[in-house]
Design a protein. Sequence first.
Length: 557
Amino acid sequence: MNPASARCSAYFFSRILFHRGKSSSHAYVNLHRFPEIPKQSLIPKPSADPNPQFPPQNTINFLSKSNLSASRSIFLSFSRIRKESADFSQRSHLSPFSTSPIRFMGNDAPQEPSAGAAAAEPASPIRVVSTFASPFDAAPPHIDAGSSVRKPLSLWPGMYHSPVTKALWEARSSIFERLLDPDKDGPPQTELLTRTPAQSRTRIVYNFSSDYILREQYRDPWYKVRIEKLLEDLDALAGTIAVKHCSDDDSTTRPLLLVTASVDKMVLKKPLRVDTDLKIEGAVTWVGRSSIEIQIEVRQNQQDDSKPSNPVALTANFTFVARDSKTGKSAPVNRLSPQTEQEKLLFEQAEEKDKLRKRKREEQKRGYETGVHSFHGDDAKRLKDLLAEGRVFCDMPALADRDSILIRDTRLENSLICQPQQRNLHGRIFGGFLMNLAYELALSTAYAFVGQMPSFLELDHVDFLKPVDVGDFLRLKSCVLYTQLENPEKPLINVEVVAHVTRPELRTSEVSNTFYFTFTVNHDALKNGLKIRNVVPATEEEARRVLERMDAEKLFG
């Protein structure tokens, strides 16, 4: 960099410091707040300008060499004056918004795993790089609108989704590039392959212990891992696994459209720390004709090695369904051949759950077709008992139990317009983003109900009933559906969140998703006198929802 460019770069950097209200010496000290940054990345250069009012030269190089993203505050400030410095940045050989390519652990470049290679050796974990980079740091080359190599805007790195989701989507596109621009006029996939769970197994490693910026992106105010961001990553990982299993290795056929159908029993077995490395790993455990079940485990070792414990902190089961990308009809998927005893056991368990679900759906369908869907016998008595206390609240509120509360008095609601930045690879709203929204609303509902910050235990069930599109008016409504107070040391708060796609122009509102969460409270709070109230329904419709959810818990729990 010549002296004139150095002087101008220093001028713009001083504008940043002035905007942030910090002196040059303070900015220089900030370099020592990032012990993880390699010293060689700073690359100090001798300055030809001895003018002392400019910031130290290595501070400017720290911003220019932002392969580790520097700090968010400096990035945001620099972006505000970037237009002013456009002429000078063109003369520099370094870009302040340069990004590091996503790499697989232990390799220098992404590699496309073949079916044979995946079976021969375990898949390498996908490396996650924390970044706040912009995709527009350099003028992109001209790309033909019909080109198969163009990416949707949602794939630009680090812009709209977590760094893990970004890494998974880029890995998915390298495995199954046809998804980015599928040839819908091509023939459908007809040849079904037989794959093993090992061939779809995928692993992600979060280097929380060494990556300060990644740690900051995932921590909550209590220095635990943010569950809502983890839900996004788990959904992205499950989708990548489904793509790996369903690929037919034939670029001439049109690809399958794989969508999340449901999430079952995501159980948190221990708190997730944000200062210890985390690993998520999953594989296909069962397939039907057009459905796929994927199990994912989140592992984190204890910091105290003297107390060995099970590293599995969370398990989750995702169900995906395959659709023909042209007709929208269900499409067959590749077969699964479990190899180990554990894989065979998981396959059998998933097979039994699928039979139970089908039987339950058939019973509900027959009931609604014949009009016989009311409760009878013991169920009718349970319904009556549930409604008894609620009617006291409605008719004689002064005499109602002070340790109880109506379901409708625990409600919260959130509304938003779905934006393009929240879409997935298929152009619709990302399912992980919807789970993120639902979790935050459920946590807020439980927080307002308990009076203290609750602890997440389970995501009991999620149904993806209808897709949510960009521009949709989405309303999420939550309530505490029921509480379980049998164990005084661990009361359970069950929260329901229902998402509605509302179209005011058409005066319609449809349920797109249902979410069921379970929370508890800190044991110390219970010792200090915190009491959880009983929740009762006021209407028959509310009582039915409570009983149906309780029965589903017993059936599939």
